[in-house]
Design a protein around this ligand. Structure first.
Ligand SMILES: [Fe+2]
Ligand SMILES: [Fe+2]
Length: 164
């Protein structure tokens, strides 16, 4: 960060880095949950569900990259050890023990709802800190999470309509 940017964001940078590292942990866990879910999922409309889960996994990976990049620009260090992910995660990991499509979709919908809540909060903090670069990045991520929730809900609704 340059001199002027640090002057504006400086005092809040540590707080923002901490929040972004929490989000980074959640993104990695979300990435893995989608990725492994796409491999084990079973049930109606499996190919459609797998495709959606894989797409979301890719998006969560992109989000992790965006967050880590911003953390570095703010002068922070992205979490260096996967063992930190669960420690820093706000929402933890929901193991897809039951591989039925409806169970996996529900778990991931709830994950997206947590993400929407978390990013909405970070957005407010970034706005108050006048950290507009973080604000713009988080707004993009939040748009994706809102889309993810919608995509999964549509699939869930369609599957529930089968045979009706
Ligand atoms: Fe994400
Ligand atoms: Fe997502």
């Amino acid at each position: 960060m340059g001199v002027k940017a640090r002057e504006i964001v400086g005092k809040d940078a540590d707080r923002i880095v901490k929040l972004l590292n929490g989000a980074l942990a959640d993104e990695w866990l979300a990435y893995y949950q989608y990725w492994v879910g796409s491999l084990v999922v079973r049930g109606p409309m499996r190919p459609d569900v797998q495709k959606e889960l894989k797409e979301h996994a890719d998006d969560e990976f992109k989000h992790a990259n965006m967050l880590a990049d911003r953390i570095v620009k703010l002068g922070g260090t992205p979490l260096l050890n996967p063992s930190d992910w669960l420690k820093h995660s706000k929402y933890g990991y929901d193991e897809p023990k039951d591989a039925h499509v409806l169970k996996i979709l529900r778990q991931n919908i709830e994950g997206e709802q947590c993400a929407i809540e978390a990013y909405s909060n970070i957005l407010k903090v970034a706005m108050d800190a006048k950290d507009f670069s973080t604000f713009n990045m988080v707004r993009k991520i939040l748009d994706d999470e809102i889309g993810h929730e919608q995509d999964l809900q549509d699939l869930e609704n369609d599957i529930k309509l089968i045979g009706k």
